[in-house]
Every structure is written in C-alpha cells, then in structure tokens.
Design a protein around this ligand. Structure first.
Ligand code: KPL
Length: 300
C-alpha cells in the first residue's frame, strides 16, 4: 500500500519503520523538506531499525492511499490543509493525536477521514526513537464515506499491533480525552510520572465527574466511577511514563492543552456547564506555557 506519514516525530518514525518492514511503500512528509528521513527506532525488546526513508515526493503523495497524520494536535489543521489539494480524492486521512477538535478546523473536503488515539509510547533520545511501551491504537470513521475503510485496521494491525476498529470512534475518543484531561495537566503541574498520580484520588474524582457531565450532554453516558476506574487503569499501566505534556513543558514546547482540556471546556460552555477544576488546570498550564513562549518571542 502507498502511504505518506505526515509528521516524523517519535510516533511517526515508529509507524514508518513498522509499515516499511511490512512491505508498504512509505514516505515521510516534513515541514522543512529534507532529502530523506533517517529512521532509527529501538523496540522494547532491544531490536533496532535503522534506515533512510524517502520524503516529500509529490508524486508519491498524489498516489497515496493513506495519509497518516502523527503531528501534535495544534499542528494538524495548517499542515493537512496545505496537503488537501494534492491528495487523491480516495486517499484516507487518519488523524492520530491526543485531544479532539482538529477535524472541525479543516476546510471543507471530501476525503474519507478517520480519527484515532494510541497508547503506544515512544520518545526521542538524541536522534534515536525509543519505543518505550507497546499499546493499543483505536481508529474509526468520522463520516459515512469512511465507514467502508475498516480493512485499514487490519493493515495497521499487521504493522504495529494492536489496532482496534470502532464504528463509533467518538465514544473511544471521549474516554481517551478523559484520560488526557486528568494525567496530562496533573503530571505537568506536579512534575511527576503517571504512576505518582495514584496519590491524588480526590482530585482525579473531581476531574472525572466534570468530564462525565459533559460526556452525558454529548450523548456518551458514563458514570463518574466507571470513568475514574478507566483513568486509574491507565495510570497503573503507564506508571513509568513521562506524559507528553510534561515532556512538552520540560522542553518548553507548545502543549496540546487547547485540544485536551480546552476542547472539553468549549464543549461544556456550549451546554451551559462550568467545570471549575478543569478550568483551573487549564489556566495553570496556559500560564506556564505563556511564560516561556513570551520569553522565546522576546516579549517582556
Ligand atoms: O496519552 C498519554 C500522553 O502522555 O499524552 C498518556 C496516555 C497519558 C500516557 O502517558
């Protein structure tokens, strides 16, 4: 299958290496074009993959059957919008990132669009990508046109298991949003590993209650207890992880908070709900982010 991967960060390189090894015709797409992408991945059991893979070939892009987008949420709309006119109308776009709300930012288009989330963890160590923990990738259609694409779950599963197909991906996305609304800001504020959050059950319960109230208004009924159990399970299973938001804050990068807690608060407002604890965490993360972004921009 001909595939272009937009975003060659840690997860993008992991998918490039796995899809290439499955015999797919893959290329990376970089914002700043380079002659090739040096993909260097070390798997959890120590096996490494090291190869230069092609990038930014417009012909390859035009013939691609899948555009796999592994950018951060805040990078998606401008990068995908720039590629839309160059894609074959049949080319599926799979948006794989934390948070929600990026699809609404895209210009009107007729591409079949899939959304997904993943619990695979990968991080940079110099120019090497360490695949820290295996996980599950949940994908599903966002329009009737994309419903016929369930075979893609099998293609992706062969390369990087597990991949699960959901006809109703929004429900899975909301559960992942709940996980990210709890783990990401709290770890970024306390400067701790995911597992250390077990010390804050009351705060986690308050956050989950607020998320569950918005989910109910959106038509995804869940009990606060059920949601909290799910979040606690992820805290246990990713106990040694440094969350992506803590990594972003430590490296003074823009975070995904606008698409995680920010998205939740926007949906809450549209239903006339206020979420004091999520709003407080949102403000604290934005304050941290603004501090270094102002300095970076040379502002007083
Ligand atoms: O998605 C994650 C992230 O760090 O962004 C979790 C699930 C919280 C794992 O660290």
């Amino acid at each position: 299958m001909k595939i272009t991967i937009l975003g060659c960060g840690a997860l993008g390189q992991l998918w490039l290496s796995r899809l290439y090894q499955q015999g797919h015709d893959v290329q990376g797409w970089l914002r700043v074009p380079q002659p090739f992408c040096a993909v260097n991945v070390i798997e959890p059991e120590g096996v490494s993959f090291n190869r230069n893979l092609p990038t930014n070939d417009p012909e390859h892009l035009a013939q691609s059957e899948l555009l796999l987008v592994t950018l951060k949420a805040w990078q998606v709309s401008s990068a995908v919008s720039a590629l839309l006119p160059k894609l074959n109308p049949q080319c599926a776009i799979l948006l794989l990132h934390n948070g929600m709300g990026t699809q609404e930012e895209l210009p009107p288009n007729s591409q079949p669009i899939l959304q997904g989330t993943t619990t695979h963890a990968a991080r940079h160590e110099g120019s090497t990508i360490i695949h820290v923990a295996t996980g599950i990738t949940h994908i599903g259609p966002t329009s009737p046109a994309a419903q016929r694409l369930s075979h893609l779950a099998e293609v992706l599963h062969q390369a990087l298991p597990d991949v699960a197909w959901h006809n109703n991906i929004a429900s899975a996305n909301w559960r992942k949003l709940a996980v990210n609304c709890v783990i990401n800001p709290l770890t970024a504020l306390y400067g701790c590993h995911n597992g250390d959050l077990q010390r804050y059950p009351e705060q986690i319960e308050t956050l989950c209650r607020e998320v569950a109230s918005v989910m109910a208004m959106e038509g995804y009924h869940t009990s606060c207890e059920g949601l909290m159990q799910y979040v606690m399970d992820v805290i246990h299973s990713t106990a040694d992880n440094v969350s992506s938001m803590l990594q972003d804050i430590r490296s003074q990068r823009h975070t995904e908070i606008d698409y995680i807690t920010g998205y939740l608060l926007r949906r809450a407002r549209s239903h006339g709900l206020t979420l004091p604890e999520n709003a407080r965490l949102f403000e604290l993360i934005k304050r941290k982010e603004n501090e270094y972004e102002r300095i970076g921009a040379g502002l007083p």
